[in-house]
Design a protein around this ligand. Sequence first.
Ligand SMILES: [Zn+2]
Length: 131
Amino acid sequence: MTIPELFKAHALKAAYIGPFRISAAKNGQTYWVNHRFFKTMGAYGETGIFVGTVKADGSYAGRENAYTGAVRNILSGIALDGIQYLIDNGKELGECQFCGRRLEDAESVAYGYGPVCAKKHNLPHTNRHGF
Ligand SMILES: [Zn+2]
């Protein structure tokens, strides 16, 4: 599965994978990869530094830089496991890869994502907190 296929299949607008935020451009053809923690001041305010792009065919079009290897690993992981890659990553990092928030209860850590994202992306979760 490619990034475009993953985003379409699960109605994602962005994903927070490891140190990166991958977001769909408005044209639906390009996906921006930005660093989540290293910020710069751009035309639209503070934003994560630009790392590269993923094209509509799922290939990485970034200029080679310090993050290229890590981004390629993520694309390979998604190619193999699809959404399960995000879930496994979430479990490992204790952070929801759909919204980037820290997973605070044991159930969410076990699922690899939080209850709000579970509802939003139609994934199972026992801790609904009335959602
Ligand atoms: Zn979340």
